[in-house]
Ligand binder design. Structure first.
Ligand SMILES: [Ca+2]
Ligand SMILES: [Ca+2]
Length: 139
């Protein structure tokens, strides 16, 4: 378990770093596409959000939400991602929506840094944002 300190600019720098962001979105998409059919299904996207831990922090869900409430929530997230409503999320839809979510998180954080405890093995976007910033610090 490592603790990182991030603020809005950490995340914004990451999202604005086109090469780094696209690379991590691409990798994330490939990891999430469990059956390798080139698109994300409802359940694949749900797994993604369960592992990103964004739900609790960003969507303000009560941890005591019932399974039905959670399913409704994940359904509404899926609808957001699935811009053309064809029932699957392709790479472009995924990248566009992740960018919006990360920007919304950045705006929410503003300039007040928060501490996040992250699993060292975790490769969430927030962890990658923190790593990117750390890599730019003078040695
Ligand atoms: Ca798939
Ligand atoms: Ca779609």
């Amino acid at each position: 378990m490592g603790v990182v300190i991030i603020d809005g600019s950490t995340i914004r720098d990451f999202v604005n770093d086109e090469a780094a962001f696209t690379k991590s979105i691409d990798k994330g998409f490939t990891d999430l596409d469990l059956n390798n059919d080139g698109v994300l299904s409802r359940s694949e996207l749900r797994k993604a959000f369960e592992s990103l831990h964004l739900i609790e922090s960003h969507f303000g869900v009560d941890v005591a939400a019932t399974p039905e409430e959670l399913t409704d929530l994940y359904d509404s997230i899926f609808e957001k991602f699935d811009c053309d409503h064809n029932g699957t999320v392709d790479r472009e839809e995924f990248g566009n929506e992740m960018r919006k979510i990360m920007q919304a998180i950045a705006d929410g954080l503003g300039s007040s840094p928060i501490q996040m405890a992250l699993d060292d093995s975790e490769q969430s976007l927030i962890k990658q944002a923190a790593d990117l910033e750390a890599s730019k610090l003078p040695a």
